[in-house]
Write a new protein. Structure first.
Length: 171
């Protein structure tokens, strides 16, 4: 607590020691809580070595198994542009369908990687998943379906059947 001095009215510290006595652990020869063990120091040395060799600690990227066929990609892109033109003229609605699975026990691996490089690991599908199937327009109208467990052809067909019954315009 700060209190004015009786002699010069300046602020001085009252009833608080400025310097604390040396730790009793230090006096007894025991290391303090902040002393790090040999493994921690070795880990820090490994990190420093990796940093000096221009490596960074970052998340490993999950990547698809193969790249899309460029010719098929261009054909699909042209078809989508034609459908968007028809949608602008009011002839139809364009809906996009996609499905995504969320693993309930995530794995987010990190590793030392050279600067500018990315380590990729294949995605795992052996854990319990929560799957979301959905239909979406460019105007953000969404019809989602949440499914726990396996999604097979029958499930996807049922989602399309339910969705098609809600449509009011040619799609």
């Amino acid at each position: 607590m700060w209190a004015p001095s009786k002699t010069d009215r300046s602020r001085t510290r009252a009833s608080t020691a400025i310097y604390r006595p040396t730790s009793s652990k230090y006096e007894e020869g025991c290391p303090s809580d902040r002393t790090r063990d040999l493994e921690t120091r070795q880990h820090e040395n490994d990190q420093t070595s990796a940093k000096k060799n221009r490596y960074v600690w970052k998340r490993i990227k999950h990547a698809p198994e193969k790249a899309p066929d460029p010719a098929q990609y261009e054909r699909s892109k042209t078809l989508i542009h034609r459908l968007h033109d028809r949608e602008r003229r009011g002839e139809c609605d364009v809906w996009y369908f996609d499905a995504s699975g969320f693993c309930l026990t995530p794995s987010i691996p990190y590793a030392w990687q050279p600067l500018g490089a990315v380590i990729e690991v294949p995605t795992s599908t052996h854990n319990k998943r929560l799957n979301v199937l959905g239909f979406l327009t460019r105007h953000n109208a969404l019809f989602p379906y949440v499914i726990e467990g396996r999604v097979d052809t029958e499930v996807v067909i049922e989602c399309f059947e339910q969705f098609s019954q809600q449509l009011k315009k040619r799609s």
